[in-house]
Ligand binder design. Sequence first.
Ligand code: TP9
Ligand code: MG
Length: 573
Amino acid sequence: MSRVSSAPSEQNTAARLLLERLHAHGVNTVFGVVGREAAAILFDEVEGLDFVLTRHEFTAGVMADVLARITGRPQACFATLGPGMTNLSTGVATSMLDRSAVVALAAQSESYDIFPNDTHQCLDSVSIMRPMTKYAAELQRPAEITDLVDSAVTASLTEPVGPSFISLPVDLLGAGVPEGAAEVPAAPPLPAKPLATVDADWQQKVTVTAELLAAAEHPVLVVGAAAIRSGAVEALRALVERLNIPVITTYIAKGVLPQDHPLGYGAVTGYMDGILGFPALETLFGPADLVVTLGYDYSEDLRPPMWTRGVDKRTVRIAPTANPVPRVYRPDVDVVADVLAFTEALDAATAGLEPKTPHDITPLRERIAEFLADAEEYADGMRVHQVMDCMNSVMAATAREGEGTIVSDIGFFRHYGVLFARADQPYGFLTSAGCSSFGYGLPAAMAAQLARPEEPVFLIAGDGGFHSNSADLETMARLNLPIVTVVVNNDTNGLIELYQNLGHRRSHDPAVRFSSVDFVQLAQANGVEAVRAGDRAELISALEKGAGLGRPFLIEVPIAYDFQPGGFGALEI
Ligand code: TP9
Ligand code: MG
């Protein structure tokens, strides 16, 4: 039998209708791992829709998530039944907590043999997926697959955007659908942006917000990803530049203002005071007397106590969904509205306002600059801020203006990324703010590179997170994605060691330390060229080499952390 795809068969099966409908909704790639349902679906049934085979279903889920985020279109991932589906579930959880429009698909036992927990590999997948999806259903009749896809896409694209799940009994997936039975209307055009709820009186609340802005001395805007999804980035830039209002973002909304914008006060993380050894949150939020949250989402891990600083401040919440967390955030003015429409209306309503005088954060900027310039050569390995500084400078030299992506896996280094990474465009910095499953970095970088093929993509990952999902190095090599990966290696789950110290004033190695892994050899064994870099000069030249290579490149950097447990008071443990 030929290994090369043969001409697609002409038979109209549920499988073909599934792929046709996904393609009609803008899906060009399905990421996943196929099992015995391969007898029913080849994934070459529809022209223009391809399959990308990953080594782990979590990778497939995250690739779909990040591609959906960047393209603004729904994307799809696929797993076999049972263990494939459970492996995929962490990817689905990521799309839920990180808000991505992903249609997750999994095969299921034959429709006449669904005895969950008894039939071979059969689990009750719809029940497993339901609590972490916006729509979960099992195909009952082959011709109805088109309707199920439409329902899944609509649910996924409704704010808060998120994943949907369709379970596909193998016999029904491969079943022929008689001509005529499959006749359904053409796919509705994709909405230009996610569908949102709107308060009937949102325009009156624009007036109230304009009055609060007029009265405030030091207003700040706190921006989350729903502002990007709404297409409000340009409008918010225009508003803040006219009124001179600083912008502070969640991890994921970094880049709504370009890196060096004077009103860009940065992204915040609860770890920043501890990393900088400096009262950063107080500097950012202390003087603010009005906090306007635009597209703010609690799941992005910027917590209201960070801005209140224990003081009762005026707050306005503008979001495309009703407030899900009144216990932690009860704004003075709560507006459920389209973020773009609200921002434009607020711009018009504040036309007569004098520009504000933003509060001064020079000491914080100086502290950050001092950190990044750290020239010391540490005997026990580089420091992550030095790694970030090198990555930033090679990114600045490589990317065209307003382009480039820095992706971060999950670990202590991620908070250095939130603080220090260059981000010159929306989603110019990518991390999993909501789910934060380690191992996210490699698949996220692969999807970012697929979405932005002409732009540089750098990935920073820790040894713990990276090696939890490193089998997909082979996928990166197979797809020849020219990502420059930096693995910061301390042979430890470093963030967890920090928590041990916070909670117990000591650490316990068996719970956090690994024996050494040679990431250079690991990369090479998977077809990825790699080097080790021990200091700034070596790292810069390795990054430059990687950025110009045109194929994947990995750099292992031995690192150490200087924990300053006293500075981590803002963390809840
Ligand atoms: N399991 C999953 C799937 N995700 C998470 N986030 C955890 C466990 C808990 N987090 S962040 C982390 C853990 C174990 C350790 C990261 O270690 P690293 O070597 O990747 O990074 P670093 O720099 O902190 O040592
Ligand atoms: Mg580590």
